[in-house]
Structure formats: C-alpha cells, structure tokens
Design a protein around this ligand. Structure first.
Ligand code: SF4
Length: 283
C-alpha cells in the first residue's frame, strides 16, 4: 500500500490562528461564547467546549456583558451592532483576508454594484454581503445571473465589482465570470479573492487525485472547502470518500496494494490525518 498525503492538508493560517487564540481565551475567561461552530470540525469544537466555551447560534443567546468569539468566517454587520447594544465584548477572529475583502468593497461601494461569487448560505458570503451596501448580490450558479441582472438594472449603477468567497472553487469562479461577461457590456472589475491556501489545496488535490486508486478527503461534512475538494477529486478518481475521522474508514474497502491519496480540508486538525495514516499503515 502506498499512501500520499497532500502537502497543503489541514489547517490554513486563518483557522490555525482562530483555534490558537480561542484556546488562549477560554483559559483566561469564564463566560465565553462562540457564535456558530468555531470551525467545521467536531473534535476541535468539543475540545474547546470542554474547556468552557459555549457554542451559540444567535447573539440573543449570549448574556449581557459576556465575551463572544467571532470565528474566522466573520459575521454579519448587524451582529457587531447588536453586540454593542448588549455590551458584549467581541473577540473578533475574522481572518485578515476576509477583512481585506470587506475593505476593498467599502472602497468601491460608492459607484459600484457588488457581486459576490460564492455559496448563498455560507456565513462568509453572507457576512461580506452585509458590508456591501444596498446594491449587492450573491451568485452561486449560472441560473442566478438572470436574477442578478434584473436587480442590477433596477440599481441604476453602471459599474460592477466582483469578488469571491475565499474558499470557492476556482474553476467555477472563472466559469461564472465568463458567463457574466457574455451579456455584460458595462464596466466589470473582477477581483478573484479566492485565498491562496484554498487555490493551492484545490490544485494539489486535482493532481493527487489523478495518481491514486482511492482518494480520502478528510474534513467536516458541513465544511464548504472540504466539499469542494471532494468535487474536484471526483473529476479524476472513481473512489473518492469524504471522511470525518478514522472511524469512517471502517466503511471503506481498501485493497492491500492500493495507492491512497489523503487531503484534508482547512478545518481539519493534523492529529486526525495522523490517526488515519496510522490505521492505514496497520492494515
Ligand atoms: S481559507 Fe484563507 S481566507 Fe479562509 S480562513 Fe483560511 S486563510 Fe483565511
């Protein structure tokens, strides 16, 4: 059996920073909440919850004068406003790359309509949109373009600024931008804000999945960047499995002479990959 682990596997810098800082915070604070899952990984969440962090799903659940972690995806503008009203101290761990996108948008807002290419129900895109003024739209698939055009015409703007969700599929972004360009004759400024950590990982996944018999994508089933890795691998490999941890391996039939590729999503701790490797080596 040959095992190849992707070099870009595991925590990206933004997630690494979030988890490290959250650990420091739970050690030094009594009442500390996190709005939404801190990362899409059950082990990381449980570990922090054991230390005292409480995951909540609405800011209304946090007590007055408490402390609240804003995770790497960032939050809606309204959340910052509500926190101020309730005198909640925010520990804002929004990734610097996402803050930079918000800032770029702020600089274009006055005379541009803002288009965000990404998943409509993802907290990062929703958060970024909340900082995008009254004229913005999230485009996730080709069918959304028509609806966006109607809103754009009603806005009376004549310039469009396009950004991306940081973990969006790079090829899909290009396809959607090309579709927009086919019918769009006004000024279109395209800023492909997919994070390097994401594009490098997607590229390595693409290459690795071409060389192996089985591709294991390790990560949370709710993780957007992990699901993209599964989609990319399926383009090149017939046996692709999205697994959360070593227990999920029991369901998979693995021949002794197989070549196995392993790639982990941005919210998967190193230790999960190490456990999977150990199990495979024992086989
Ligand atoms: S993928 Fe990139 S933008 Fe997103 S949290 Fe990680 S480092 Fe930040």
């Amino acid at each position: 059996m040959k095992i190849i682990v992707g070099k870009t596997s595991g925590f990206c810098n933004g997630v690494k920073y979030t988890v490290e800082e959250a650990n420091k915070m739970v050690e030094n604070n009594k009442e500390i909440y996190c709005l939404g899952e801190i990362v899409h990984n059950e082990r990381v969440i449980k570990d922090l919850e054991k230390k005292g962090m409480k995951t909540i799903h609405s800011i209304e659940e946090a007590n007055r004068n408490s402390k609240l972690i804003i995770r790497a995806h960032g939050e809606l503008k309204e959340t910052y406003e509500k926190a101020k009203e309730k005198e909640i101290e925010l520990l804002d761990l929004t990734c610097g790359k996402i803050k930079a996108i918000r800032l770029k948008i702020q600089n274009k807002l006055k005379d541009h309509y803002i288009v965000i290419i990404g998943k409509k129900n993802h907290p990062e895109t929703q958060g970024v949109q909340s900082f995008s003024g009254n004229h913005s739209f999230i485009i996730e698939k080709e069918e959304d373009i028509k609806e966006w055009q109607k809103d754009f015409q009603a806005s009376k703007k004549d310039k469009v600024y396009v950004v991306s969700q940081t973990t969006f599929n790079s090829d899909k972004f290009d396809e959607l931008v090309n579709k927009i360009k086919e019918t769009f004759s006004k000024v279109l400024v395209v800023d492909k804000t997919i994070c390097d950590a994401t594009s490098n990982r997607q590229e390595e996944t693409r290459e690795l999945s071409k060389k192996v018999d089985i591709m294991l994508i390790v990560g949370g089933k709710k993780s957007s960047n992990t699901k993209e890795l599964e989609v990319i691998s399926k383009e090149n490999c017939k046996n692709v499995y999205l697994i959360q941890d070593v227990d999920d391996l029991k369901e998979i039939r693995i021949e002794k002479n197989s070549t196995i590729g392993i790639m982990a999503g941005a919210s998967t701790p190193k230790v999960v990959v190490e456990e999977i490797m150990k199990h495979l080596e024992e086989l």
